[in-house]
Design a protein around this ligand. Structure first.
Ligand SMILES: [Zn+2]
Ligand SMILES: [Zn+2]
Length: 397
């Protein structure tokens, strides 16, 4: 075992309690997407105390640079998201959210404190690696258009440009002490669909005098599923789900219009564009053929997330070195979306998951729920692992 690996493990262990304290501070002071003002100041203060200079970006984001020896050799970026969700926390814990209706229910407090821990480790071993680490503390993962897209627009991936980027996310389905990797397609693009189907309302006993938007909308929903089953390449995962169908008529009233809303998810940008175009044409065509009309509006979300296969393979190998083969698992694809995906279309990327589940302690609740929590033992793992992964990647030519 390399002496640097051992040193990082020791530093990680020594600092684990400090990282947990940081996480608890952030957990009790959550801020909504694009409003991470106190979090930004807190992150800056922590980095400055370590002697790491910072720069502001994307309004509430922070970029920091740690230079090892020969800093021009290679640059690796490490990303943490910092925003919380509009959820009222129901956990009865000493570090419960102090901001009513706002909660770190997706573990971004863990990501931020973990990356601060990684920074502390890297800063103390910077004489022992070559290259540069670029830390990206990013706002607004949870809200369109996504903090990542703004970070990129404002130049986060330039001056200096990273050769690769790593990100981690808590996983409530993976036991604490383990991490998961997946090469290639990992998470989905997510677009929101808003359809207004217009007809002509009237008495339910006289449908011949009406243009029934409920029947039109029903045909549209059924037909759109055939685009998934008949037009999509079967090798590509994709989902179309409608969760809202509002027709404000009555037993004997045909309404004037129907509103339907759904989500379209894909793991291929070409199919995503093609599928959306086909859906629009189909919906408008069906409505028109039945005497009505359809306004088809798409709120574009994040792209699909692709993990660079070679980088991910190397990172998995490095993780096995760091924590043993038993603690490194393979992930399935996941049809949820994540704005880290934006980075993955610009630079080689690896987004992996940090286990936080503990059945014995009853820590089993999912992200985005009011009683989500983590086993904080995860903060014995996350910071050192990411430092080791980054150093391993920098060590390559
Ligand atoms: Zn989330
Ligand atoms: Zn998240």
């Amino acid at each position: 075992m390399s002496s640097l690996l051992k040193k990082i493990q020791e530093l990680a262990e020594q600092q684990a309690n400090a990282n947990i304290a940081t996480r608890r501070h952030l957990h009790s002071h959550p801020e909504l997407s694009f409003h991470e003002f106190e979090t930004q100041v807190y992150v800056e203060k922590q980095l400055h105390e370590l002697g790491i200079p910072t720069q502001r970006i994307a309004n509430t984001g922070v970029i920091a640079i740690i230079e090892g020896k020969n800093p021009a050799k290679k640059v690796i970026a490490l990303r943490a998201d910092m925003d919380a969700l509009p959820i009222q926390e129901t956990n009865d814990i000493p570090y419960k959210s102090q901001n009513p209706g706002v909660m770190h229910a997706c573990g971004h407090d863990v990501h931020t404190s973990s990356l601060l821990g990684t920074a502390r480790i890297l800063q103390s071993v910077k004489e022992e690696f070559e290259g540069t680490i670029k830390l990206l503390f990013q706002p607004a993962e949870e809200k369109a258009p996504g903090g990542a897209s703004i970070m990129i627009q404002e130049g986060a991936l330039h001056n200096p440009s990273p050769a690769g980027i790593l990100g981690q996310h808590v996983a409530t389905n993976i036991p604490v002490g383990k991490v998961g990797f997946r090469e290639g397609m990992y998470m989905a693009s997510a677009d929101e669909l808003y359809l207004t189907v217009k007809g002509k309302g009237g008495h339910g006993a006289m449908p011949d005098q009406c243009i029934d938007p409920i029947v039109i909308a029903s045909h549209i929903i059924i037909a759109m599923q055939q685009i998934i089953s008949r037009n999509k390449n079967p090798r590509l995962p994709s989902v179309l789900s409608f969760g809202k169908f509002i027709a404000e008529g009555a037993t004997n009233v045909i309404p004037n219009e129907v509103k339907i809303e759904g989500t379209f998810r894909a793991m291929d940008e070409e199919w995503r564009a093609d599928g959306l175009a086909k859906m629009k044409k189909l919906a408008e065509g069906i409505a028109e053929s039945m005497g009505g009309s359809c306004d088809f509006f798409v709120l574009k979300g994040y792209p699909f997330l692709k993990n660079n296969p070679e980088l991910t393979r190397r990172m998995k190998e490095a993780a096995i070195e760091y924590m043993g083969a038993d603690n490194v698992i393979d992930l399935d694809i996941w049809m949820a979306a994540e704005d880290f995906a934006f980075y993955t279309h610009h630079v080689d990327a690896c987004f992996y998951r940090l286990g936080t589940r503990n059945d014995d302690k009853g820590i089993v609740n999912g992200v985005h729920t009011p009683n989500f929590n983590i086993d904080e033992k995860a903060l014995h793992v996350g910071p050192g692992l990411m430092a080791w992964l980054a150093i391993q990647e920098l060590s390559l030519a």
